[in-house]
Design a protein around this ligand. Sequence first.
Ligand SMILES: [Ca+2]
Length: 498
Amino acid sequence: MFEHFKRSLLVVGLLGVMVVATDRLWAADRPNVLYILCDDLRPDALGCYGSAHVKTPNIDRLAGEGVRFANAFCTTSLCSPSRASILSGLYAHRHGVRDNFTELPGRLPHWPGRLRESGYVTGYVGKWHMGEDNDAPRPGFDWFATHKGQGKYFDTEWNIQGAGAQAIPGYYTTVVTDLAIDWLKQRDRSKPWALCMGHKAPHSFYTPEQKYQHVFDEVRVPYPASAFKLDGKPEWIRQRLTTWHGIYGPLFDWRKTFPDTRPEAVKDFENMVHGYWGTVLSVDDSVGRMLEYLRSTGQLDNTLVLFMGDNGLLEGEHGMVDKRTAHEPSIRIPIVARGPGLPRGKVVPEQVLTIDIAPSVLDLCAAAPLPSIQGRSWRQMVNAGDANWRKAWFYEYNYEKQFPYTPNVRAIRTDRWKLMRYPHGDGSPDKHLVELYDLQKDPQELRNLSGDPAYASRRAELEQQLTALLAAEGLTSESDRMPLDEGIQSRLPDQKIR
Ligand SMILES: [Ca+2]
Protein backbone atom coordinates (compact mmCIF):
# COMPACT_ATOMS: atom_id res chain seq x y z
CA MET A 1 0.00 0.00 0.00
CA PHE A 2 2.77 2.38 1.05
CA GLU A 3 4.87 1.42 -2.01
CA HIS A 4 1.89 2.10 -4.24
CA PHE A 5 1.47 5.54 -2.61
CA LYS A 6 5.16 6.29 -3.17
CA ARG A 7 4.88 5.24 -6.82
CA SER A 8 1.86 7.50 -7.22
CA LEU A 9 3.78 10.38 -5.70
CA LEU A 10 6.61 9.71 -8.12
CA VAL A 11 4.22 9.77 -11.09
CA VAL A 12 2.58 13.00 -9.85
CA GLY A 13 6.05 14.46 -9.33
CA LEU A 14 7.16 13.52 -12.85
CA LEU A 15 3.98 14.97 -14.33
CA GLY A 16 4.70 18.14 -12.39
CA VAL A 17 8.18 18.35 -13.88
CA MET A 18 6.73 17.87 -17.36
CA VAL A 19 4.19 20.65 -16.85
CA VAL A 20 6.89 22.98 -15.55
CA ALA A 21 9.10 22.03 -18.51
CA THR A 22 6.30 22.89 -20.95
CA ASP A 23 5.75 26.26 -19.24
CA ARG A 24 9.46 27.00 -19.51
CA LEU A 25 9.44 26.12 -23.19
CA TRP A 26 6.73 28.73 -23.83
CA ALA A 27 8.54 31.28 -21.74
CA ALA A 28 11.75 30.79 -23.73
CA ASP A 29 10.59 31.03 -27.31
CA ARG A 30 6.84 30.53 -27.49
CA PRO A 31 5.39 33.45 -25.61
CA ASN A 32 1.65 33.99 -25.43
CA VAL A 33 0.44 36.93 -27.50
CA LEU A 34 -2.02 39.58 -26.36
CA TYR A 35 -2.66 41.83 -29.31
CA ILE A 36 -4.76 44.95 -28.64
CA LEU A 37 -5.95 46.98 -31.64
CA CYS A 38 -7.61 50.38 -31.29
CA ASP A 39 -9.62 52.06 -34.03
CA ASP A 40 -8.43 55.48 -35.26
CA LEU A 41 -6.15 56.09 -32.28
CA ARG A 42 -3.80 59.06 -32.63
CA PRO A 43 -0.47 58.52 -30.86
CA ASP A 44 -0.74 61.94 -29.20
CA ALA A 45 -3.95 60.91 -27.43
CA LEU A 46 -1.72 58.80 -25.15
CA GLY A 47 0.43 60.01 -22.29
CA CYS A 48 3.49 58.09 -23.47
CA TYR A 49 3.29 59.88 -26.85
CA GLY A 50 3.09 63.28 -25.21
CA SER A 51 -0.58 64.02 -24.59
CA ALA A 52 -0.91 66.98 -22.25
CA HIS A 53 -4.48 66.08 -21.27
CA VAL A 54 -5.24 62.37 -21.70
CA LYS A 55 -3.91 60.32 -18.80
CA THR A 56 -3.11 56.75 -19.81
CA PRO A 57 -1.01 55.26 -16.97
CA ASN A 58 -1.49 51.63 -18.01
CA ILE A 59 -0.48 52.10 -21.64
CA ASP A 60 2.39 54.31 -20.46
CA ARG A 61 3.54 51.51 -18.14
CA LEU A 62 3.47 49.07 -21.05
CA ALA A 63 5.70 51.46 -23.01
CA GLY A 64 8.00 52.02 -20.04
CA GLU A 65 8.51 48.28 -19.58
CA GLY A 66 8.81 47.58 -23.30
CA VAL A 67 9.31 49.31 -26.61
CA ARG A 68 7.59 52.42 -27.95
CA PHE A 69 7.79 53.06 -31.67
CA ALA A 70 8.07 56.82 -32.14
CA ASN A 71 7.68 56.69 -35.93
CA ALA A 72 5.07 54.07 -36.77
CA PHE A 73 2.81 54.42 -39.80
CA CYS A 74 -0.02 52.79 -41.70
CA THR A 75 0.43 52.15 -45.42
CA THR A 76 -3.23 53.03 -46.13
CA SER A 77 -5.08 55.22 -43.65
CA LEU A 78 -8.42 53.50 -43.74
CA CYS A 79 -9.83 50.93 -41.29
CA SER A 80 -10.37 47.74 -43.30
CA PRO A 81 -7.35 48.00 -45.65
CA SER A 82 -5.08 48.77 -42.71
CA ARG A 83 -6.43 45.92 -40.58
CA ALA A 84 -5.85 43.53 -43.48
CA SER A 85 -2.27 44.85 -43.81
CA ILE A 86 -1.60 44.31 -40.11
CA LEU A 87 -2.85 40.71 -40.29
CA SER A 88 -1.25 39.74 -43.60
CA GLY A 89 1.96 41.80 -43.88
CA LEU A 90 0.78 43.02 -47.29
CA TYR A 91 -0.11 46.38 -48.83
CA ALA A 92 -3.74 46.93 -49.86
CA HIS A 93 -2.90 46.45 -53.56
CA ARG A 94 -1.78 42.90 -52.68
CA HIS A 95 -4.37 41.75 -50.11
CA GLY A 96 -7.19 43.37 -52.09
CA VAL A 97 -9.13 44.98 -49.21
CA ARG A 98 -9.24 48.48 -50.67
CA ASP A 99 -12.32 49.90 -48.96
CA ASN A 100 -14.32 49.41 -45.76
CA PHE A 101 -16.78 46.96 -47.34
CA THR A 102 -14.47 44.20 -48.53
CA GLU A 103 -14.02 40.91 -46.68
CA LEU A 104 -10.50 39.70 -45.87
CA PRO A 105 -9.99 36.90 -48.43
CA GLY A 106 -10.60 33.64 -46.55
CA ARG A 107 -7.52 31.94 -47.94
CA LEU A 108 -5.14 34.82 -47.29
CA PRO A 109 -2.51 33.69 -44.75
CA HIS A 110 -2.34 35.86 -41.62
CA TRP A 111 -0.23 35.84 -38.48
CA PRO A 112 -2.80 34.51 -35.97
CA GLY A 113 -3.56 31.67 -38.42
CA ARG A 114 0.13 30.92 -38.75
CA LEU A 115 0.51 30.85 -34.95
CA ARG A 116 -2.40 28.41 -34.80
CA GLU A 117 -0.68 26.14 -37.35
CA SER A 118 2.45 26.28 -35.22
CA GLY A 119 0.70 25.06 -32.07
CA TYR A 120 -1.05 28.06 -30.54
CA VAL A 121 -4.66 28.27 -29.53
CA THR A 122 -6.05 31.48 -31.05
CA GLY A 123 -8.92 33.80 -30.23
CA TYR A 124 -10.39 36.99 -31.66
CA VAL A 125 -12.72 39.25 -29.73
CA GLY A 126 -14.05 42.62 -30.83
CA LYS A 127 -14.34 44.77 -33.89
CA TRP A 128 -13.19 42.93 -37.02
CA HIS A 129 -14.55 45.37 -39.57
CA MET A 130 -13.68 43.63 -42.81
CA GLY A 131 -16.94 42.64 -44.47
CA GLU A 132 -19.52 45.04 -43.07
CA ASP A 133 -22.51 42.69 -42.69
CA ASN A 134 -20.72 39.55 -41.62
CA ASP A 135 -20.43 38.66 -37.92
CA ALA A 136 -19.52 34.99 -38.47
CA PRO A 137 -16.27 33.42 -37.22
CA ARG A 138 -13.34 33.83 -39.61
CA PRO A 139 -10.64 31.28 -40.55
CA GLY A 140 -7.54 30.91 -38.39
CA PHE A 141 -9.17 31.26 -34.96
CA ASP A 142 -10.27 28.64 -32.41
CA TRP A 143 -12.61 31.16 -30.85
CA PHE A 144 -14.20 34.18 -32.47
CA ALA A 145 -16.50 36.81 -31.03
CA THR A 146 -17.50 39.83 -33.09
CA HIS A 147 -20.46 41.84 -34.38
CA LYS A 148 -21.59 43.40 -37.60
CA GLY A 149 -19.96 46.58 -38.87
CA GLN A 150 -18.85 49.21 -36.40
CA GLY A 151 -20.66 47.90 -33.32
CA LYS A 152 -22.10 50.37 -30.83
CA TYR A 153 -20.58 52.00 -27.76
CA PHE A 154 -23.47 50.62 -25.71
CA ASP A 155 -25.28 47.26 -25.87
CA THR A 156 -23.64 45.83 -29.00
CA GLU A 157 -25.07 42.61 -30.47
CA TRP A 158 -22.29 40.05 -30.31
CA ASN A 159 -22.04 36.84 -32.26
CA ILE A 160 -19.90 34.53 -30.13
CA GLN A 161 -18.56 31.48 -31.94
CA GLY A 162 -21.30 31.77 -34.56
CA ALA A 163 -24.09 31.29 -32.01
CA GLY A 164 -26.04 34.23 -33.45
CA ALA A 165 -26.27 37.89 -32.56
CA GLN A 166 -27.22 38.68 -28.99
CA ALA A 167 -26.99 42.04 -27.26
CA ILE A 168 -24.66 42.23 -24.28
CA PRO A 169 -25.58 45.21 -22.13
CA GLY A 170 -22.87 47.64 -21.17
CA TYR A 171 -20.09 49.79 -22.55
CA TYR A 172 -18.24 48.27 -25.50
CA THR A 173 -14.73 48.65 -24.07
CA THR A 174 -15.75 46.96 -20.81
CA VAL A 175 -17.63 44.15 -22.55
CA VAL A 176 -14.78 43.32 -24.93
CA THR A 177 -12.44 43.14 -21.92
CA ASP A 178 -14.85 40.87 -19.98
CA LEU A 179 -15.10 38.54 -22.99
CA ALA A 180 -11.32 38.49 -23.43
CA ILE A 181 -10.68 37.56 -19.80
CA ASP A 182 -13.46 34.94 -19.83
CA TRP A 183 -11.83 33.26 -22.82
CA LEU A 184 -8.39 33.31 -21.23
CA LYS A 185 -9.89 31.60 -18.17
CA GLN A 186 -11.42 28.74 -20.12
CA ARG A 187 -8.98 28.35 -23.01
CA ASP A 188 -7.11 25.15 -23.91
CA ARG A 189 -4.27 25.16 -21.37
CA SER A 190 -2.14 22.62 -23.19
CA LYS A 191 -0.92 25.24 -25.69
CA PRO A 192 0.44 28.78 -25.74
CA TRP A 193 -2.28 31.27 -26.66
CA ALA A 194 -2.69 34.27 -28.95
CA LEU A 195 -5.64 36.56 -28.31
CA CYS A 196 -6.55 39.52 -30.51
CA MET A 197 -8.71 42.26 -29.01
CA GLY A 198 -10.33 44.70 -31.43
CA HIS A 199 -11.55 47.82 -29.66
CA LYS A 200 -14.22 50.03 -31.16
CA ALA A 201 -12.71 53.01 -29.37
CA PRO A 202 -11.80 55.66 -30.15
CA HIS A 203 -13.70 55.49 -33.47
CA SER A 204 -16.44 58.04 -34.21
CA PHE A 205 -19.15 58.69 -33.10
CA TYR A 206 -17.16 59.38 -29.92
CA THR A 207 -19.22 58.33 -26.90
CA PRO A 208 -17.31 58.15 -23.61
CA GLU A 209 -18.41 56.13 -20.63
CA GLN A 210 -20.60 58.19 -18.32
CA LYS A 211 -17.85 58.60 -15.71
CA TYR A 212 -15.56 60.16 -18.34
CA GLN A 213 -18.06 62.44 -20.04
CA HIS A 214 -16.90 65.65 -18.38
CA VAL A 215 -13.20 65.01 -17.72
CA PHE A 216 -12.05 67.52 -20.34
CA ASP A 217 -14.74 70.18 -19.95
CA GLU A 218 -12.18 72.82 -18.92
CA VAL A 219 -9.72 72.10 -21.76
CA ARG A 220 -10.01 74.53 -24.66
CA VAL A 221 -9.36 72.95 -28.06
CA PRO A 222 -8.87 75.46 -30.90
CA TYR A 223 -8.63 74.54 -34.57
CA PRO A 224 -4.94 73.80 -35.22
CA ALA A 225 -2.88 76.61 -36.80
CA SER A 226 -2.39 74.54 -39.95
CA ALA A 227 -6.14 74.84 -40.66
CA PHE A 228 -5.56 78.50 -41.51
CA LYS A 229 -2.37 78.07 -43.51
CA LEU A 230 -3.63 76.63 -46.74
CA ASP A 231 -1.75 78.92 -49.13
CA GLY A 232 0.41 76.94 -51.50
CA LYS A 233 -1.62 73.77 -50.88
CA PRO A 234 -3.67 71.90 -53.47
CA GLU A 235 -7.15 73.29 -54.09
CA TRP A 236 -8.86 70.03 -53.05
CA ILE A 237 -7.81 70.69 -49.45
CA ARG A 238 -9.78 73.96 -49.47
CA GLN A 239 -12.72 72.18 -51.11
CA ARG A 240 -12.72 69.60 -48.33
CA LEU A 241 -13.17 72.21 -45.55
CA THR A 242 -16.97 72.26 -45.66
CA THR A 243 -17.52 68.55 -46.41
CA TRP A 244 -18.09 65.52 -44.16
CA HIS A 245 -14.30 65.39 -43.72
CA GLY A 246 -13.63 69.11 -43.17
CA ILE A 247 -13.60 71.19 -39.98
CA TYR A 248 -16.60 73.30 -41.07
CA GLY A 249 -18.72 70.24 -41.89
CA PRO A 250 -20.95 68.13 -39.60
CA LEU A 251 -17.98 66.72 -37.60
CA PHE A 252 -19.51 63.24 -37.57
CA ASP A 253 -22.80 64.68 -36.29
CA TRP A 254 -21.32 66.85 -33.53
CA ARG A 255 -22.43 69.91 -35.50
CA LYS A 256 -26.12 70.03 -36.31
CA THR A 257 -26.11 73.02 -38.69
CA PHE A 258 -23.42 73.05 -41.34
CA PRO A 259 -21.29 74.16 -43.00
CA ASP A 260 -20.46 76.57 -40.23
CA THR A 261 -17.37 78.75 -40.68
CA ARG A 262 -18.10 81.08 -37.75
CA PRO A 263 -15.25 81.24 -35.20
CA GLU A 264 -17.63 80.33 -32.35
CA ALA A 265 -18.51 77.06 -34.12
CA VAL A 266 -15.14 75.78 -32.89
CA LYS A 267 -17.11 74.72 -29.78
CA ASP A 268 -18.53 71.78 -31.77
CA PHE A 269 -14.99 70.82 -32.72
CA GLU A 270 -13.88 71.04 -29.10
CA ASN A 271 -16.77 68.85 -27.96
CA MET A 272 -15.82 66.30 -30.60
CA VAL A 273 -12.20 66.13 -29.43
CA HIS A 274 -13.30 65.88 -25.78
CA GLY A 275 -15.49 62.92 -26.72
CA TYR A 276 -12.63 61.25 -28.56
CA TRP A 277 -10.27 61.64 -25.61
CA GLY A 278 -12.92 60.35 -23.22
CA THR A 279 -13.18 57.03 -25.07
CA VAL A 280 -9.39 56.59 -24.78
CA LEU A 281 -9.60 56.69 -20.96
CA SER A 282 -11.71 53.52 -21.01
CA VAL A 283 -9.21 51.83 -23.33
CA ASP A 284 -6.50 52.54 -20.79
CA ASP A 285 -8.66 50.98 -18.06
CA SER A 286 -9.06 47.92 -20.26
CA VAL A 287 -5.30 47.62 -20.77
CA GLY A 288 -4.88 47.90 -17.00
CA ARG A 289 -7.35 45.05 -16.41
CA MET A 290 -5.64 42.83 -18.98
CA LEU A 291 -2.17 43.48 -17.53
CA GLU A 292 -3.45 42.79 -14.02
CA TYR A 293 -5.04 39.53 -15.16
CA LEU A 294 -1.76 38.43 -16.74
CA ARG A 295 0.20 39.45 -13.65
CA SER A 296 -2.13 37.76 -11.19
CA THR A 297 -2.01 34.50 -13.17
CA GLY A 298 1.78 34.57 -13.51
CA GLN A 299 1.69 35.07 -17.29
CA LEU A 300 2.81 38.67 -17.68
CA ASP A 301 6.45 37.92 -18.39
CA ASN A 302 5.86 35.13 -20.88
CA THR A 303 3.32 37.11 -22.88
CA LEU A 304 4.06 39.43 -25.77
CA VAL A 305 1.68 42.37 -25.33
CA LEU A 306 1.29 44.44 -28.47
CA PHE A 307 -0.85 47.57 -28.36
CA MET A 308 -1.51 49.69 -31.45
CA GLY A 309 -3.92 51.66 -33.62
CA ASP A 310 -5.06 50.71 -37.13
CA ASN A 311 -4.64 54.16 -38.71
CA GLY A 312 -4.11 57.77 -37.76
CA LEU A 313 -6.69 60.51 -37.51
CA LEU A 314 -6.78 64.14 -38.58
CA GLU A 315 -8.08 66.36 -35.81
CA GLY A 316 -8.37 69.66 -37.60
CA GLU A 317 -4.90 69.70 -39.18
CA HIS A 318 -5.01 71.33 -42.63
CA GLY A 319 -8.71 71.93 -41.95
CA MET A 320 -9.40 68.19 -42.07
CA VAL A 321 -11.08 65.60 -39.91
CA ASP A 322 -11.09 61.83 -40.60
CA LYS A 323 -8.06 60.22 -42.27
CA ARG A 324 -7.22 58.75 -45.76
CA THR A 325 -4.67 61.42 -46.75
CA ALA A 326 -0.89 60.98 -46.38
CA HIS A 327 -0.42 63.92 -44.02
CA GLU A 328 1.34 63.10 -40.76
CA PRO A 329 -1.66 62.95 -38.37
CA SER A 330 -3.47 60.66 -40.82
CA ILE A 331 -0.66 58.09 -41.15
CA ARG A 332 0.93 58.12 -37.69
CA ILE A 333 -0.09 55.27 -35.39
CA PRO A 334 0.97 54.26 -31.89
CA ILE A 335 2.72 50.90 -31.44
CA VAL A 336 3.84 49.75 -28.01
CA ALA A 337 5.19 46.25 -27.34
CA ARG A 338 6.32 44.47 -24.20
CA GLY A 339 7.48 40.94 -23.58
CA PRO A 340 10.05 38.19 -24.16
CA GLY A 341 12.61 39.03 -26.81
CA LEU A 342 12.15 42.79 -26.46
CA PRO A 343 14.20 45.39 -24.57
CA ARG A 344 12.66 47.36 -21.71
CA GLY A 345 12.09 51.09 -21.78
CA LYS A 346 13.30 51.67 -25.34
CA VAL A 347 12.06 54.27 -27.81
CA VAL A 348 12.60 53.25 -31.43
CA PRO A 349 13.04 56.10 -33.96
CA GLU A 350 13.16 53.99 -37.14
CA GLN A 351 10.12 54.06 -39.46
CA VAL A 352 8.01 50.94 -38.92
CA LEU A 353 4.81 50.07 -40.76
CA THR A 354 1.56 48.17 -40.24
CA ILE A 355 2.88 45.51 -42.65
CA ASP A 356 5.76 44.79 -40.24
CA ILE A 357 3.48 43.48 -37.48
CA ALA A 358 2.86 40.02 -38.97
CA PRO A 359 6.55 39.17 -39.57
CA SER A 360 7.60 40.66 -36.22
CA VAL A 361 5.06 38.72 -34.15
CA LEU A 362 5.87 35.46 -35.95
CA ASP A 363 9.59 36.11 -35.46
CA LEU A 364 9.13 36.78 -31.73
CA CYS A 365 7.09 33.57 -31.40
CA ALA A 366 9.53 31.40 -33.39
CA ALA A 367 6.84 30.55 -35.94
CA ALA A 368 7.45 30.12 -39.66
CA PRO A 369 7.20 33.39 -41.62
CA LEU A 370 4.39 34.13 -44.06
CA PRO A 371 5.51 33.65 -47.67
CA SER A 372 6.34 36.59 -49.98
CA ILE A 373 5.01 39.37 -47.80
CA GLN A 374 6.03 43.04 -48.01
CA GLY A 375 6.67 43.82 -44.33
CA ARG A 376 9.83 43.13 -42.31
CA SER A 377 10.39 41.85 -38.80
CA TRP A 378 11.76 44.53 -36.49
CA ARG A 379 12.92 42.08 -33.80
CA GLN A 380 16.60 42.38 -34.60
CA MET A 381 16.46 46.10 -35.43
CA VAL A 382 14.83 46.83 -32.09
CA ASN A 383 17.35 44.80 -30.11
CA ALA A 384 20.64 45.41 -31.88
CA GLY A 385 20.02 48.03 -34.57
CA ASP A 386 20.02 47.41 -38.31
CA ALA A 387 21.95 49.64 -40.71
CA ASN A 388 19.85 48.27 -43.57
CA TRP A 389 16.49 49.18 -42.06
CA ARG A 390 14.18 51.03 -44.48
CA LYS A 391 14.78 54.74 -44.93
CA ALA A 392 11.88 55.31 -47.33
CA TRP A 393 8.51 53.71 -48.10
CA PHE A 394 5.43 54.45 -50.14
CA TYR A 395 1.83 55.16 -49.12
CA GLU A 396 -1.25 54.31 -51.18
CA TYR A 397 -4.90 55.30 -51.01
CA ASN A 398 -7.60 54.93 -53.64
CA TYR A 399 -10.40 57.46 -54.16
CA GLU A 400 -13.77 56.25 -52.83
CA LYS A 401 -17.02 57.20 -54.53
CA GLN A 402 -18.87 56.76 -51.22
CA PHE A 403 -16.45 59.19 -49.50
CA PRO A 404 -15.50 61.71 -52.20
CA TYR A 405 -13.36 63.92 -49.99
CA THR A 406 -9.82 62.63 -50.73
CA PRO A 407 -8.19 62.09 -54.15
CA ASN A 408 -6.12 59.03 -55.11
CA VAL A 409 -2.83 59.27 -53.18
CA ARG A 410 0.61 57.89 -53.93
CA ALA A 411 3.22 59.28 -51.55
CA ILE A 412 6.75 58.65 -50.41
CA ARG A 413 7.99 59.25 -46.88
CA THR A 414 11.72 59.15 -46.18
CA ASP A 415 13.34 59.79 -42.81
CA ARG A 416 13.33 63.48 -43.73
CA TRP A 417 11.10 64.18 -46.74
CA LYS A 418 7.57 63.57 -47.89
CA LEU A 419 6.17 63.91 -51.39
CA MET A 420 2.48 63.34 -52.16
CA ARG A 421 1.10 62.80 -55.64
CA TYR A 422 -2.59 62.71 -56.51
CA PRO A 423 -2.96 60.57 -59.66
CA HIS A 424 -6.10 61.17 -61.70
CA GLY A 425 -6.68 57.45 -62.14
CA ASP A 426 -6.56 57.09 -65.92
CA GLY A 427 -2.82 57.52 -66.42
CA SER A 428 -3.21 61.16 -67.52
CA PRO A 429 -1.00 63.83 -65.89
CA ASP A 430 -1.88 64.64 -62.25
CA LYS A 431 -4.46 67.41 -61.98
CA HIS A 432 -3.85 68.30 -58.34
CA LEU A 433 -0.78 70.12 -57.08
CA VAL A 434 1.97 67.92 -55.65
CA GLU A 435 2.83 68.39 -51.97
CA LEU A 436 6.45 68.33 -50.79
CA TYR A 437 7.55 68.82 -47.18
CA ASP A 438 10.82 68.91 -45.28
CA LEU A 439 9.71 67.00 -42.18
CA GLN A 440 12.85 67.90 -40.30
CA LYS A 441 12.34 71.67 -40.63
CA ASP A 442 8.57 71.58 -40.99
CA PRO A 443 7.09 68.59 -39.12
CA GLN A 444 3.61 70.13 -39.27
CA GLU A 445 3.69 70.26 -43.07
CA LEU A 446 2.85 73.95 -43.23
CA ARG A 447 5.00 74.96 -46.19
CA ASN A 448 4.49 73.13 -49.47
CA LEU A 449 7.83 73.22 -51.29
CA SER A 450 6.70 71.53 -54.49
CA GLY A 451 6.58 74.77 -56.49
CA ASP A 452 9.76 76.27 -55.00
CA PRO A 453 12.57 76.32 -57.60
CA ALA A 454 15.13 75.85 -54.80
CA TYR A 455 13.65 72.37 -54.23
CA ALA A 456 13.10 71.37 -57.87
CA SER A 457 15.88 68.79 -57.89
CA ARG A 458 14.76 67.39 -54.51
CA ARG A 459 11.25 67.06 -55.91
CA ALA A 460 12.48 65.30 -59.06
CA GLU A 461 14.60 62.94 -56.99
CA LEU A 462 11.69 62.03 -54.67
CA GLU A 463 9.34 61.54 -57.63
CA GLN A 464 11.83 59.12 -59.14
CA GLN A 465 12.29 57.34 -55.83
CA LEU A 466 8.52 56.99 -55.44
CA THR A 467 8.21 55.56 -58.95
CA ALA A 468 11.03 53.11 -58.19
CA LEU A 469 9.49 51.99 -54.88
CA LEU A 470 6.14 51.39 -56.60
CA ALA A 471 7.81 49.59 -59.51
CA ALA A 472 9.69 47.31 -57.09
CA GLU A 473 6.25 46.05 -56.00
CA GLY A 474 5.07 45.67 -59.59
CA LEU A 475 3.15 48.96 -59.65
CA THR A 476 3.70 50.90 -62.86
CA SER A 477 1.51 53.58 -64.43
CA GLU A 478 -0.17 50.75 -66.36
CA SER A 479 -0.52 48.16 -63.58
CA ASP A 480 -1.26 50.44 -60.59
CA ARG A 481 -5.01 50.55 -61.06
CA MET A 482 -7.18 53.02 -59.23
CA PRO A 483 -10.58 54.65 -59.69
CA LEU A 484 -11.06 57.82 -61.66
CA ASP A 485 -10.88 60.87 -59.40
CA GLU A 486 -14.36 62.40 -59.59
CA GLY A 487 -13.35 65.34 -57.43
CA ILE A 488 -14.27 66.53 -53.94
CA GLN A 489 -18.06 66.44 -53.48
CA SER A 490 -20.15 68.18 -50.87
CA ARG A 491 -22.75 65.40 -50.52
CA LEU A 492 -22.84 63.45 -47.26
CA PRO A 493 -22.05 59.73 -47.22
CA ASP A 494 -24.94 57.30 -47.03
CA GLN A 495 -26.37 57.18 -43.48
CA LYS A 496 -25.67 53.47 -42.96
CA ILE A 497 -21.94 53.60 -43.81
CA ARG A 498 -20.99 56.52 -41.59
CA1 LIG B 1 -9.67 52.75 -38.16
